[in-house]
Design a protein around this ligand. Structure first.
Ligand SMILES: [Zn+2]
Length: 124
């Protein structure tokens, strides 16, 4: 059966915010109305969960630890060096490749006569 009692009254009653007369009316209504009683049980369930969440144990040293961490100087240079390591390794590989390429080219490269012949052949 649907009841037309406003939910706000049930919330206020559950939180103990109603005046004595209003609270007595709601209590009397809850005794006679099953749908409102079920709603009221749900509301008190929600409120108890909310109250449990409110009572989180505070760590008294939380602020001190956060403050100390904020004031601690960060090792910025180590961070920057770590970020540069892959770039330096890639640069070393690139330089090694260029160096090896030049040396291999000079070993098997063309001498001056054959390069002039190549230029001559290209012009024709
Ligand atoms: Zn009702």
């Amino acid at each position: 059966m649907k009841c037309n009692k406003p939910n706000s009254d049930l919330f206020s009653y559950a939180e103990g915010l109603l005046l004595k007369g209003e609270a007595a009316d709601v209590k009397k209504h809850l005794e006679g109305c099953e749908s409102c009683r079920k709603q009221f049980e749900q509301i008190t369930g929600f409120l108890s969960v909310i109250d449990e969440r409110k009572n989180v144990n505070e760590n008294p040293f939380l602020f001190t630890r956060i403050e100390a961490r904020m004031l601690r100087p960060e090792p910025v240079q180590m961070f920057a060096v770590r970020r540069l390591v892959p770039t330096m390794v890639a640069l070393l590989f690139f330089a090694g490749g260029v160096f090896a390429g030049i040396n291999i080219g000079s070993l098997y490269g063309t001498d001056s006569e054959s390069s002039q012949a190549l230029v001559y052949e290209t012009k024709q």
